[in-house]
Design a binder for this molecule. Structure first.
Ligand code: GDP
Length: 139
């Protein structure tokens, strides 16, 4: 099924000028970047976006880590895009990520792990709506 998912290139990736290399990983896997913008998150946006993790001990650090530099928010489209993107990203902790995945190749730590990707189709719809209006997505 043709799906759309939200992806974020995190500040550790933009700082190291890795946006092109990471985008190449998506495109090689058959995911199309159908919307993309480079922005600075506000504290309020970061806290709201990661609200599901508000009880976790790393919540404040996680939100702060999203504010230290620009991020690239993007919509990826493709067959089974949600799961496909999770495969291309690799495990949350780069130590557990499969060889060749973005996090194995590029992540600095479990927190500074270069990319975010929606974990379900339902969340993808919510997260895409968080950053993009329909007219900004060009499939
Ligand atoms: P994801 O879906 O693979 O991004 O993982 P989660 O939804 O579980 O966590 C969201 C983000 O929180 C991760 O991408 C990491 O940046 C961060 N995170 C997850 N687990 C930990 C942890 O144990 N410690 C720290 N410091 N950050 C974590």
């Amino acid at each position: 099924m043709l799906e759309r998912t939200l992806s974020i290139l995190k500040p550790d990736a933009t700082r190291r000028n890795l946006t092109g290399e990471i985008n190449a990983c998506f495109e090689k896997a058959g995911l199309r970047i159908v919307a993309q913008k480079r922005i600075r998150l506000t504290k309020e946006q970061a806290q709201k976006f990661y609200g599901v993790h508000s009880e976790r001990p790393f919540y404040n650090d996680l939100c702060e880590s999203m504010l230290v530099g620009p991020v690239v928010v993007q919509v990826l489209e493709g067959k089974n895009a949600v799961l496909k993107n999770r495969e291309v990203m690799g495990a949350t902790n780069p130590e557990n990520a499969e060889p060749g995945t973005i996090r194995k190749l590029f992540a600095e730590s479990i927190q500074e792990n270069s990319v975010h990707g929606s974990d379900s189709l339902e969340n993808a719809k919510i997260e895409i709506g968080f950053f993009f209006s329909e007219c900004e997505i060009v499939g």
